[in-house]
Design a protein around this ligand. Structure first.
Ligand code: DLL
Length: 451
């Protein structure tokens, strides 16, 4: 019975079919109603967002329709930092039942707050994602996202419980213990970052567990960092699963803003009944049409503690609204190409680390871990793509030249390739993978780098 759930069957039950497969006109009507409600709540709460709305001449939700959204003021991470920790609350402080956040670069985390209602909403969003991956009541979910302030662990945990699945709250790290638990409990769903899924897949293979022998996994729900189709192929092969993407950010709610369905595994359905999505030009802020890469911008129409109007995420993706075989009518976003602040500008050419990943992982003899070094020792910046040979691949004198050629052809940029000894590149056991390091002098960031 459970096995059938993972057969890429487009009739798989949705967690909330009434919302996930809503006809377009009903969805727009619901969104406009909720948007008006949000504007009224923001105005009533006072503070930063109310002030900005009034500056734009908005004094009531009734002033605003969905078509006006792209003309309303935006919010950004800086607003959360400036109002740290509780300055943007739209409810009294004592209605907040939990805080979460993401580690900031400058020490202080970006903190977000939840009411009981927000936690219930978040649980439903994560239950939707797990159901879209084929999980249902009783499905064992091995949850290796980190538990704590990070939203990954507890978000998926609550979603699994909401769905009635059986969650194994193993958190990140301690890989040997994870291998034992996967062997013993036989989970069908694995949830973690894609980089940790590679780590775990290699450890499972070393322990003799693979898709031919003993591995029970059917699907993976991977997110919190950018990953490519080439990484998907690797994960599918290594773990014998369908690897699916899940997207989210603390400021909007955490994981569960958008996720892929196992029926198509082709773009992430945005839960736009709760999170209105736009893509905008990252420089001008103008809305861009479907299919054009732009900065994802979300309006949280139902969140209580920390509702945000037009939150500029910094994440670049495209949107598409063609029908999906799974029957969901929700708009789909592409995989995230990268964050606008992760974009490297090298000799005038814009490059996201994920574009380099696509080329490197396109070659089966290259291992899945890689690091892009920005060599800043000279006058300008140069890139060095560091990789290792895949386990069991014979050394190949041509490989480096072939990769440099493919990188130049694909990205229009000369990028040096360094193939370093296996095990040299940094591995991520806990938290998000680090894909870029800067080298402005002194020792190279990777041992054995001889470029
Ligand atoms: O990473 C929430 C999450 C947890 C999503 C588990 C999916 C799974 P933050 O720590 O606030 O929240 O980081 C949010 O991570 O703005 C993106 O830049 C990046 N990100 C999240 N999911 C994806 C994804 C969580 N699927 C930031 N692909 C976001 C690419 C992602 N980037």
């Amino acid at each position: 019975m459970l096995a059938k759930r993972f057969d890429n069957d487009s009739s798989l039950p949705m967690f909330e079919p009434d919302a996930e497969a809503l006809p377009a006109e009903e969805l727009s009507a619901l969104q406009s109603r909720r948007l008006r409600g949000l504007i009224d709540r923001l105005l009533a709460a006072g503070g930063l967002q109310a002030g900005r709305l009034r500056d734009y001449g908005v004094t009531s939700g009734a002033d605003v329709g969905l078509d006006d959204l792209s003309r309303l003021p935006t919010t950004a991470k800086q607003d959360l930092w400036d109002n740290y920790p509780f300055g943007l609350l739209a409810v009294p402080r004592d209605r907040v039942v939990a805080v979460h956040g993401s580690s900031g670069t400058g020490g202080r985390p970006t903190l977000v707050a939840y009411t009981k209602g927000d936690i219930a909403l978040w649980s439903r969003m994560c239950a939707r994602a797990l159901a879209a991956a084929g999980a249902g009541p009783g499905t064992i979910v091995h949850n290796a996202y980190g538990y704590g302030l990070f939203t990954g662990g507890l978000g998926i945990h609550q979603g699994a419980i909401e769905l009635g699945a059986t969650v194994v709250p193993v958190s990140g790290g301690m890989t040997a213990r994870q291998v034992t638990l996967i062997g013993d409990l036989r989970p069908e769903i694995l949830t973690c970052t894609p980089s940790y899924a590679i780590r775990l897949g290699e450890a499972l293979a070393d322990a003799g567990l693979n898709k031919e022998h003993g591995l029970s996994l059917k699907a993976g729900v991977f997110g919190a960092e950018p990953w490519t189709q080439e990484m998907r192929s690797r994960l599918n092969e290594l773990l014998g699963i369908t690897a699916l993407d899940i997207y989210g950010l603390s400021e909007v709610i955490g994981p569960g803003v958008a996720s892929e369905c196992i029926a198509a595994a082709d773009g992430l359905h945005v839960n736009e009944d709760h999170f209105l999505v736009e893509t905008v030009n990252p420089v001008t802020g103008e809305r861009v049409p479907e299919g054009t890469p732009g900065e994802l911008t979300f309006t949280t129409v139902t969140k209580e503690a920390l509702p945000l109007l037009r939150y500029r995420t910094g994440d670049i993706a495209t949107l598409r609204s063609d029908p999906c075989p799974c029957g969901r009518t929700l708009v789909r976003m592409s995989k995230v190409m990268g964050r606008k602040d992760d974009m490297l500008v090298i000799r005038g050419v814009n490059v996201y680390p994920s574009e380099i990943e696509r080329v490197l992982l396109g070659k089966p003899s290259v291992a899945s871990d890689y690091l892009v070094v920005v060599d800043e020792r000279g006058a300008g910046s140069d890139l060095i793509a560091c990789c290792e040979l895949a386990p069991g691949s014979p050394s190949d004198d041509q490989l480096r030249g072939a990769l440099e050629h493919d990188l130049r052809e694909t990205l229009g940029l000369r990028i040096a390739v360094a193939i370093v000894a296996p095990g040299t590149l940094p591995r991520t056991e806990v938290g998000k993978a680090v894909r870029v390091r800067r080298w402005s002098g002194g020792d190279p960031p990777v041992a054995g780098l001889d470029v």
